[in-house]
Design a binder for this molecule. Structure first.
Ligand code: DGL
Length: 271
């Protein structure tokens, strides 16, 4: 099965990374729209335009199914893409449902991009599942910039995260929902801030499970086998990587991708 996965940038790599764990042995095309990142600060028209261009690119690459590994692009474009193209197109939305169902009484914080927070898709989801009005929404657009710069633990990131959360009482929260795929890289910092009692919930496993259902592929029976990239492990792992249409073959960018996968491996089990 040839699976296309796209995002505005390197956030979507966290979805591909989970796919390596759960669905090894498939063929992947990963597309990061690095020329247009961040989507979270663009207009709806711009985001839809990028999503159409990428979908057509992936279809030309012969993919059987597409995963929009981006909450922002999903909220703006998934409906229109499904109208235009006949292959299965899976989207992502903040994992509010499992957060509400899996926790008791205390509040839930959803962090996402400004576009995801403004769009009707999330509002409709909250309307359906947040009956007790326990969910707070907080935009964190600068985390996308930090992630793209591979800046995961600097004093600036820490200051930014702490200042964004500072208006909320951390003891009120039972869960933090990571509603943007770029936000996975910072899991240790949320833990530092909220402590162990606040669950971190991302949508990656749910998305891959859904992908397995839709495409009839069985999930691995050894999903925690380490996915680690060094000179002995080929980064391409049956994957072609594209940055805004340009195939990645150069050593420097492959090293960058390896470091990102290794970071994702380190943070994957933090919840
Ligand atoms: N990674 C994306 C998401 O899941 C969007 C980040 C951005 O480009 O602003 O929402």
């Amino acid at each position: 099965m040839k699976i296309g996965i796209f995002d505005s940038g390197i956030g979507g790599l966290s979805v591909l990374h989970e796919a390596y764990h759960q669905l090894p042995g498939q063929e992947y095309i990963f597309y990061a729209d690095t020329e247009h990142v961040p989507y979270g600060l663009k207009t709806k028209e711009q985001i839809l335009g990028y999503a159409i261009e990428i979908t057509e690119f992936l279809i030309k690459q012969g993919v059987d199914v597409i995963v929009i590994a981006c909450n922002t692009a999903t909220s703006v474009a998934v409906k229109e893409l499904r109208k235009r193209y006949s292959l299965p197109i899976l989207g992502m939305e903040p994992a509010v449902k499992p957060a509400v169902e899996g926790t008791d009484k205390k509040r839930i914080m959803v962090i996402a991009t400004p576009v995801t927070i403004k769009e009707d898709k999330l509002k409709n989801l909250l309307h359906r599942v947040d009956e007790d009005h326990r969910v707070d929404l907080l935009p964190m657009p600068r985390l996308v910039e930090f992630a793209e710069r591979e800046e995961f633990e600097s004093a600036q990131v820490r200051d930014y995260i702490n200042s964004q959360f500072s208006e909320y009482d951390k003891d009120d929260y039972s869960a933090l929902v990571l509603g943007c795929t770029h936000f996975n890289y910072f899991k240790p910092l949320y833990k530092e801030y909220f402590g162990d009692d606040t669950l971190l919930i991302d949508g990656n496993f749910g998305t891959i499970r859904h992908l397995a259902d839709v495409s009839g592929i069985l999930l691995s029976d050894d999903p925690d086998r380490v996915v680690y990239f060094d000179e002995y492990h080929n980064i391409l792992c049956d994957t072609k990587y594209f940055f805004s249409g340009r195939e990645i073959n150069d050593e420097k960018t492959l090293e960058h991708l390896k470091r990102l996968h290794n970071r994702l491996e380190e943070v994957r089990k933090i919840d």
